[in-house]
Design a binder for this molecule. Sequence first.
Ligand SMILES: [Zn+2]
Ligand SMILES: [Zn+2]
Ligand SMILES: [Zn+2]
Ligand SMILES: [Zn+2]
Length: 340
Amino acid sequence: MRSFYCQCGGTLFFGSVCCVACNRPTAMCPHCNAVRSMAVADDGVLVCDHCHHECRMCSNATQHAVCNRGVDAVSEHTLCRYCRLNSVVPDLSVDDNLLKWKRLEMAKHRVLFDIERVGLPIVSETENGSADGRPVLQFEFKSSAVKPVSTGHADGLITIDIAEADSVHREQTRVEFGEPQRTLVGHFRHELGHYYWQLLVEPNCLDDFRSLFGDERKPTYAEAQKRYYADGAIPNWQERFISAYSTMHPWEDFAETFAGYMDIVAVVETARHFDRTRVTADGSDFDQMLTAYRDIGIVANEFNRDMGLLDLVPEIHSDAIVEKLKFIDDLRLAVQKELV
Ligand SMILES: [Zn+2]
Ligand SMILES: [Zn+2]
Ligand SMILES: [Zn+2]
Ligand SMILES: [Zn+2]
């Protein structure tokens, strides 16, 4: 993620709510689509120091401090675009749920911001007028402490078990499933992968998908799931799959590969912003982007090992995996050129 600047010259970050150098309030300006310092006018209206656009803080920011986005001052909405995608939020009368929700929103906002930078559409009833039968993106954050919750995607609705925002639970699950990483941003990227399969792949390029990822009808998802949990990943999966979980079913392979692609974009964008590479992640050169990611990954992994942390880039991209990543890149380019 890039950083931003206050009018005082201080550095602002994606989640900043005020400048630590001058204490000026900051928000994601809906007009600049960047975090900006803000002047406070009457009635709590904020005026962007950069573009002078007037906005108000999202009500999830003022009421719960789980958001830092501005909403147009003249808008009929009190919630920002990203918060309006929530259909169920955690029960805040339960201890720790506010903290979990905040972590979830921070991850969700970061991932959605990158999704929009990549140019992928977010279909919402309110923004687009009519969804034309396309799946409307929604999030529900539910607690498995109340009744069992499966984190997953169905027809545009992404469900997340808020226990995933508890780092102890997440680490236990990561070890249990033998995953090299398990993060909230990773969950959002993966589930959005399922969403974009339904929104973009199914209606536009299903044959190409099947020739690369396999036929999602045979075996059925239920059969594949049963086999995976009985027998585990196929031997030598690393030769063709980005993760062990990818081997379960072509849908999971696509979602894992999509998440892997978004990881690449995020890391290369950050490196570019901080002058650590000249390569852009704008989709102009996939091969260069992948090389930059590998180069940055080697250094970042060593930093992480220096500090005793998990590898930033644990995956090794075989030729077969690169082809699948390229499929995601092609999908992105087709969207940019309005071919799908
Ligand atoms: Zn400042
Ligand atoms: Zn602005
Ligand atoms: Zn918001
Ligand atoms: Zn999945």
